[in-house]
Design a protein around this ligand. Structure first.
Ligand SMILES: CC(C)(COP(=O)(O)OP(=O)(O)OC[C@H]1O[C@@H](n2cnc3c(N)ncnc32)[C@H](O)[C@@H]1OP(=O)(O)O)[C@@H](O)C(=O)NCCC(=O)NCCS
Length: 153
């Protein structure tokens, strides 16, 4: 039921992530998928029920820790164990590459999901998450898109 995504899954995965509220104007999910699939150190796993793609997660290993991104389950299929199965599959993928721990980010506005992660054994860290956009043109575009997003949500 859980497998690596294929090229044919691309549109379904992006539609699912959009439906799950995981995409933002300043992140391009298609580019994120391309990058993950182009390297040995990341992948996208998908969950299917009766042949229908109902969940997806991106995972990767940076040489120190594993990471989980873009976890989403179709709103019609929640509370049936698909989210848990995807997280466990991502953990297995990271474990098999030697990662002793897995980190993930939860947006401040998504506090509701913390109960799900707590049920799976995840705890908040005592770290602050920082980022730096490496492409100056992208940094400028992101600033504008984030301001626009903040003004309209
Ligand atoms: C978070 C998400 C992936 C969970 O998927 P799911 O398939 O519904 O999760 P599961 O059925 O595997 O839940 C496993 C356990 O987590 C807990 N849990 C799941 N959803 C919960 C909720 N909304 N509130 C409280 N506990 C919850 C329960 O203990 C549940 O076990 P139970 O159903 O036997 O009680 C799904 O709600 C989702 O796609 N949310 C929107 C996207 C998102 O926020 N992703 C995370 C970004 S960091």
């Amino acid at each position: 039921m859980i497998d690596g995504m294929g090229d044919d899954d691309r549109q379904a995965v992006i539609a699912l992530w959009t439906r799950c509220g995981l995409t933002r104007p300043w992140n391009d999910p298609a580019a994120d998928i391309d990058l993950a699939l182009a390297t040995e150190t990341a992948t996208v796993l998908v969950a299917r029920v009766g042949g229908r793609l109902v969940g997806a997660v991106m995972t990767g290993h940076d040489g120190h820790r594993g990471a989980i991104y873009y976890l989403g389950v179709d709103p019609d299929c929640r509370r049936g164990g698909v989210g848990r199965a995807l997280v466990r599959a991502a953990e297995d993928w990271c474990r098999s590459r030697g990662a002793p721990k897995v980190n993930l980010l939860v947006r401040n506005e998504n506090q509701a999901v913390l109960a799900f992660y707590a049920a799976l054994g995840y705890r908040p860290t005592d770290c602050v998450s920082l980022y730096h956009t490496l492409d100056p043109a992208r940094a400028e575009r992101e600033q504008a898109e984030k301001a626009d997003w903040a003004a309209h949500t």
